[in-house]
Design a protein around this ligand. Structure first.
Ligand code: SAM
Length: 251
């Protein structure tokens, strides 16, 4: 179970090269949260920051003017190559991209002021939280945008499986438990819910190939579920829920 997250992105990074989530759906209800604006509230020109699971580095670069140094790590070279390419198109000097696994970070203890993750692996399991804790200074912050337990629940019900489904505990309860195990204090948290309409089943398929909603999703093997989604949910488009959790914790 623990390795699902990595293996999903290994396959997806080879296929798409760049982590680009267009959010194929059209927003029809609710508020789409802005993690960049949220992060900005915690910036300081003296801070050294780690972006855990930076993908192709858009957010890492965008955040860099507000900090002393920012390192973006991701285990997949296709993503890091696109991040480096993007960096070359700018004159940004305080960003480093590195191929690295969030469970085994190539940094000394208490190096960073902030470790953040934008829909990355931070709270995917305890190994990531423990390792991030190690590289975080005393008083430093972990900040994450992660996926809530109700995300794409309509699809998970049809597949009968999915990320954190069926859930016994909410994502926030799981995060709290993991933080307590390493003695981090949860400072704040906020859930967001919004709805998007996907114009066709192909847009839904692309979403499932780009994000680990159904971690072992296979277009061919899962054909009958896709047909069921199209039959039951497609009413001039397929309306799906998005559920996000933002949280901040202090060491
Ligand atoms: C949903 S993407 C988010 C990318 C980027 N943070 C963004 O917001 O655009 C999740 C990222 O986590 C990365 N990831 C997967 N396994 C990882 C691991 N073991 N250590 C660090 N990052 C990992 C994936 O390669 C992917 O780039």
């Amino acid at each position: 179970m623990k390795d699902n997250y990595d293996s999903f992105y290994k396959k997806s990074s080879k296929k798409f090269k760049k982590y680009e989530f267009h959010g194929q759906g059209r927003l029809v209800a609710g508020e789409k949260p802005n993690f960049f604006e949220y992060l900005k509230k915690f910036t300081n020109k003296n801070f050294k920051v780690l972006d855990l699971g930076c993908g192709s580095g858009e957010l890492t670069l965008k955040f860099s003017p507000f900090l002393k140094e920012i390192v973006g790590i991701d285990p997949f070279d296709d993503y890091i190559k696109s991040a480096e390419k993007l960096k070359k198109e700018t004159d940004i000097k305080n960003v480093i991209f590195k191929i690295a696994d969030g469970k085994n970070l190539p940094f000394e203890d208490e190096y960073f002021d902030i470790v953040f993750s934008s829909r990355g692996p931070l709270s995917a399991n305890n190994d990531f939280i423990r390792e991030s804790f190690r590289v975080l200074k005393k008083g430093g912050l972990m900040i994450e945008e992660t996926i809530g337990e109700e995300d794409k629940i309509e699809l998970k019900k049809i597949f009968g499986r999915g990320q954190n489904y069926p859930y016994q505990e909410t994502k926030l309860e799981l995060v709290k438990k993991m933080l307590a195990q390493c003695g981090m204090n949860l400072v704040k948290s906020k859930y967001f819910k919004y709805y998007q309409v996907y114009s066709s089943i192909n847009d839904v398929i692309e979403t499932l190939e780009r994000a680990p909603i159904i971690p072992d999703f296979d277009k061919a093997k899962d054909k009958s579920y896709l047909e069921e989604i199209d039959r039951k949910l497609n009413k001039k488009g397929i309306k799906l829920s998005n559920h996000r959790l933002f949280w901040v914790a202090e060491k």
